[in-house]
Design a protein around this ligand. Structure first.
Ligand code: FAD
Length: 428
């Protein structure tokens, strides 16, 4: 009997646990260690921030689903991973031993890297449900007392889709509140061009997003590094191709929401051979760490190099479908190891994304993630907003019911020609 522990029950960790249950024998033990016993659907946070969703509508209690699937749940959270001893120390001082570990801890938000940044200081955030709820209070104040806003993503960020999404969602919410005419909007981003998205563009995301911004009167500054955030303005250094200063902008802002850079969480950081200098977990094509071969990692917490050099650091996004493909591969690889076989499954890491604009949106598929690509497609339309609502409802249902991937989801994805796993060659 093997004990497999999953650290983190977010988008990747919960699906990971369900897929492991499907792939292992009933005598093997599966446990989740999470901060709390609730799952929260992060992609809905931009809607929470403008009051279109509340906490209850996007959270799922994991206890009943885990019970149903015979998955142990430790809601205390991890204090420290002791990788050489195959055990995790929890915040209450107790320990959990494992035979195999899957790290799925998502990101730590590096607000402390820029002066005045973060919900404790001068800006708002949609990265966590608690942040999104306090951003909602600030949105109400903005409607009551309209003024300029700045939205975007700072130097070293990797999550650009939600920054664009939030700019357009906020724009729609301000129009609905009939105060858009009193709110000048500026999009500030470290990307070298609008629509780069950390992927060097997908299809014509540059043209589609620039056009959408022009038609909604959102100005932008690219190649930017934020120097500091104050209560009434954002100081931005715009750089040239060679990294030299092109201009310093002091952009007035009464409401600022910018995506931060990410790093690995403290419980797993600074473990020689397991993490890179920013605390992201080093994994191979099988999601496995080479120094600790009984440790796997999936989701935002893994190390992926950037697609290419840019004047300001720009990271690669890790989106939902890509993370699910990592979970599917990991479940199969751990099941093989438990049976005494070698891992051979590889996630496709395809980027499939729906960026909602509140009444329309842009969808893109990048397969593979790094160009040139076999599938490089982006499209826009009202259907994207409807599809995003479908994604939310469907994903929450999946988490509640404890099912990793019902057959009709597999079918729909295969009709689109999108696979989660790479075809395995004999030498892989
Ligand atoms: P998370 O979902 O963040 O889960 C990490 C989990 O680990 C959390 O439950 C956390 O509590 C837990 N944890 C952390 N530290 C510890 C510890 N010490 N002990 C125990 N547990 C711990 N992708 C899309 O495909 N579509 C979208 O529309 C989309 N929208 C996004 C919107 C926003 C605002 C953001 C930030 C990201 C979005 N993404 C989207 C990207 C990505 O899909 C999500 O970030 C996703 O939630 C990442 O999954 P994850 O499992 O890696 O991390």
């Amino acid at each position: 009997m093997a004990h497999i522990v999953i650290l983190g029950a977010g988008l990747g960790g919960t699906i990971m646990a369900y897929e492991l249950r499907d792939n292992l024998s009933p005598s093997d033990k599966v446990s989740i260690i999470n901060k709390g016993s609730k799952y929260s659907f992060v992609p809905s946070n931009p809607w929470v921030a403008v009051g279109w969703r509340d906490r209850e509508s996007i959270e799922v209690d994991l206890e009943p689903a885990c019970k149903k699937r015979d998955i142990g749940l430790y809601p205390q959270g991890a204090k420290r991973l002791h990788a050489s001893d195959n055990r995790i120390e929890l915040t209450d001082g107790s320990f959990v031993d494992y035979d195999y570990l899957v790290i799925a801890t998502g990101p730590e938000l590096a607000f402390d890297e820029i002066e005045g940044f973060g919900p404790e200081a001068n800006t708002h955030s949609v990265c966590h449900i608690d942040h999104a709820l306090s951003a909602q209070d600030a949105f109400k104040k903005l409607v009551a007392n309209p003024g300029p806003v700045v939205i975007g993503a700072v130097q070293g960020a990797s999550c650009y889709g939600p920054a664009y999404e939030f700019a357009f969602i906020l724009e729609k919410a301000l129009r609905d509140a009939k105060v858009r005419d009193k709110v000048p909007m500026t999009f500030v981003t470290s990307e070298p061009y609008i629509g780069h998205l950390g992927l060097d563009g997908v299809g014509d995301t540059k043209g589609l997003l620039e056009s959408a911004m022009r038609s909604k009167h959102i100005k932008w500054i690219t190649n930017s590094k934020v120097q500091k955030f104050e209560a009434d303005k954002v100081t931005v250094e715009e750089v040239n191709e060679d990294g030299s200063t092109k201009a310093i902008h002091e952009v007035p802002s009464n409401y600022t929401m910018m995506l931060p850079a990410f790093r690995g969480v403290e419980a797993v950081r600074d473990i020689e051979g397991l993490t890179n200098p920013r605390g992201f977990i080093l994994v191979d094509k099988h999601q496995q760490n080479s120094k600790y071969p009984n440790i796997f990692a999936i989701g935002v917490c893994i190390a992926i190099p950037p697609t290419g050099k840019t004047p300001v650091p720009v990271g690669v996004p890790k989106t939902g479908f890509m993370i699910e493909s990592m979970a599917t591969a990991t479940a199969q690889n751990i099941a093989r190891l438990v049976k005494g076989e070698n891992p051979n499954a590889q996630g496709t890491w395809n980027a499939v994304c729906l960026a909602d604009f509140g009444d329309g949106g842009i969808a893109f598929v990048a397969q593979p993630q790094i160009p040139p690509r076999n599938v490089n497609w982006a499209s826009e339309g009202k259907w994207v907003h409807a599809a995003k609502i479908g994604f939310e409802k469907y994903f929450l249902h999946k988490i509640k019911s404890g099912k990793a991937e019902p057959f009709y989801e597999k079918l729909a994805l295969q009709v689109l020609g999108i696979d989660k796993l790479k075809a395995v060659k004999f030498d892989d």
